[in-house]
Design a protein around this ligand. Sequence first.
Ligand SMILES: Nc1ncnc2c1ncn2[C@@H]1O[C@H](COP(=O)(O)OP(=O)(O)OP(=O)(O)O)[C@@H](O)[C@H]1O
Ligand SMILES: O=C(O)C1=C[C@@H](O)[C@@H](O)[C@H](O)C1
Ligand SMILES: [Mg+2]
Length: 160
Amino acid sequence: MGAGKSTIGRLLSEQLNLPFVDLDREIEDRAGASIPWIFDIEGEAGFRERECAALVEVFQRPDLILATGGGCVLLDENRQLLSTQGHVVYLKTSVEQQLQRTAKDKNRPLLQTEDPESVLRTMAEKRNPLYEAVADSVIVTNGQSPKLVVQEIISQIQVD
Ligand SMILES: Nc1ncnc2c1ncn2[C@@H]1O[C@H](COP(=O)(O)OP(=O)(O)OP(=O)(O)O)[C@@H](O)[C@H]1O
Ligand SMILES: O=C(O)C1=C[C@@H](O)[C@@H](O)[C@H](O)C1
Ligand SMILES: [Mg+2]
């Protein structure tokens, strides 16, 4: 969360002239409800089911740039799809930067706690190895402007 997937994904899609899809927005459009509402009514488990169904559908479309949600790697099925059918860019970001970038945003239900820092640290321990496992490219975003991150992705994709 707050690594910049949505921000960078949109900029990258403009640079590469490809359609942009934000999986969180797809989930909201398909549900006709916001992410906080889905978490409230269906819990995280309900959200993950919706996330998986949306991912499967998006992968049936032609070439595009996809920004996933931060927890999309948690399900085996999602990791399988991402690693076999996509070029995955892992935007590696410190917890300190995540905290700064998400501080004012109330739309991430998992961070609406007294201690978002410890939530992010626990998530990082569990998720970072999963991000590493599915990634084709790894870009450290700490202190890097979105524009620079996009340039770095384009140069890495060209090298691969
Ligand atoms: N490289 C960057 N440098 C500074 N600010 C950034 C950078 N990337 C993103 N931001 C800012 O951080 C905030 C969170 O970014 P964004 O919503 O793109 O993250 P995300 O990875 O899509 O999060 P989520 O997993 O919750 O969907 C936004 O306000 C965005 O402008
Ligand atoms: O990291 C996560 O688990 C999440 C990230 C967001 O993109 C949303 O998908 C949702 O808030 C959950
Ligand atoms: Mg996002």
